[in-house]
Design a protein around this ligand. Structure first.
Ligand code: PLP
Length: 367
């Protein structure tokens, strides 16, 4: 039997000739960075694709998140969840703000709006929810809470690129959304990220902040940093955009194979997007509940022993990181704590073969 290794993800790449063609004009212009033609073209294309008034590209999603928190001049406390990648919590703390942790919903792992309101104090300035695994948050209820208490809403939409709910682009929600274009994401620029917003003033400020606060050759209006996406990265994005629909279609086939193979396995809970959502099939989270004969850690080890590399994503909760555990308690978010001990993301990428998926699912169903 074929026992080749299977990794949890594999970056998609355009044909090499296409990328070489895309970058060849850079040898004519000598324009390597500083919001050059590739950068401008990509921003324009993303704006149209995501139906949003403004897109500001960044060197990566994390810096985009830090810059938008700074641009919004937030103070005090930001309500978020610990069931996320380190970046979400780190961005809040690194901007001198205090994260306050709400719990998640057990069905789709996004922030539970019921747990937000009790956490609001006079120091709260924003809510930072995460569209985890591309599961779209309860955006209406979150916005209603934000409106009631005059809070900003910034979405960590790193997992939700190009998704829609009820026909509306995910980038439309809140005051701003951050997308990550890291190599492992559904759409990537090798490293990269963006802030999408309908607020043109905010976008303008971000465009200056990411370039040292320079507003014209002789004026610097903001204490900015440097987080500009370079032209080679933007070129990779322009190429990958041409293959986006194909990329997602391939992922969809893989995801549906997993769901068919695993839907009747006792103790296995899948996370299938509701019909109103156009998914990007970014991840394959599978929850191994108490009714499954093996623990999540045991099934992780069993798969690893057969060369299949899944990921305990998200485990541990950010509140259990060494750098946070003295200041926060994961006991205050019991649902997140439980899910994080039961969740595993299985391999999923466009070039994953259906026979590999069958091999993975057979191991799980034969437990
Ligand atoms: C990938 C990711 C980020 C960070 O994006 P980078 O582009 O890697 O900096 C932030 N939040 C979540 C949920 C992510 O998955």
């Amino acid at each position: 039997m074929d026992n080749h290794e299977i990794f949890v993800t594999q970056s998609s790449m355009p044909p090499m000739s296409e990328y070489i063609h895309e970058i060849s004009s850079i040898w004519d212009t000598h324009c390597l960075t500083n919001m050059g033609p590739k950068h401008q073209a990509l921003e324009k294309k993303l704006k149209d694709l995501l139906h949003v008034n403004a897109v500001s590209l960044f060197t990566n999603g994390h810096s985009a998140l830090e810059f938008v928190l700074e641009a919004l001049e937030l103070k005090g406390e930001v309500i978020t969840t610990p069931f996320t990648f380190a970046s979400t919590t780190h961005a809040i703390v690194r901007k001198g703000l205090k994260p306050v942790f709400a719990d998640i919903k057990s069905d789709d792992f996004t922030i539970d709006p019921n747990t937000i309101e009790p956490l609001i104090t006079e120091n709260t300035s924003a809510i930072l929810p995460v569209h985890v695994y591309g599961n779209i948050c309860d955006v209406e209820r979150i916005q209603a809470i934000a409106d009631k208490y005059n809070l900003k809403v910034i979405y960590d939409a790193a997992h939700a690129f190009y998704e829609k709910a009820n026909g509306i682009s995910v980038a439309q929600y809140g005051d701003a959304s951050m997308f990550s274009f890291h190599a492992t994401k559904v759409f990537h620029t090798i490293e990269g990220g963006a802030i999408c917003t309908n607020n043109l003033e905010l976008a303008d400020k971000l465009n200056h902040l990411k370039n040292f606060g320079i507003t014209s050759p002789e004026s610097v209006d903001y204490i900015g940093g440097n987080a500009k996406l370079n032209e080679f990265a933007a070129a990779m994005g322009l190429c990958n955009l041409r293959h986006l629909d194909d990329e997602i279609a391939k992922r969809e086939l893989c995801a549906k194979r997993y769901w068919n193979m695993l839907e009747d396995v006792p103790g296995v809970k899948l996370c299938i997007p509701p019909s109103k959502v156009v998914s990007n099939y970014a991840y394959m989270p599978v929850q191994f509940t108490k009714d499954f004969p093996l623990s999540r850690d045991a099934i992780f080890d069993k798969l690893a022993a057969k060369g299949i590399h899944s990921r305990k994503y998200f485990y541990p909760l950010t509140t259990d990181f060494l750098c946070y555990r003295d200041a926060y308690s994961s006991e205050s978010t019991p649902i997140a704590k439980e899910i994080s001990s039961q969740i595993l993301t299985l391999p999923l990428y466009a070039e994953l073969s259906l026979s590999d998926i069958d091999r993975i699912c057979d191991i799980i169903s034969n437990c």
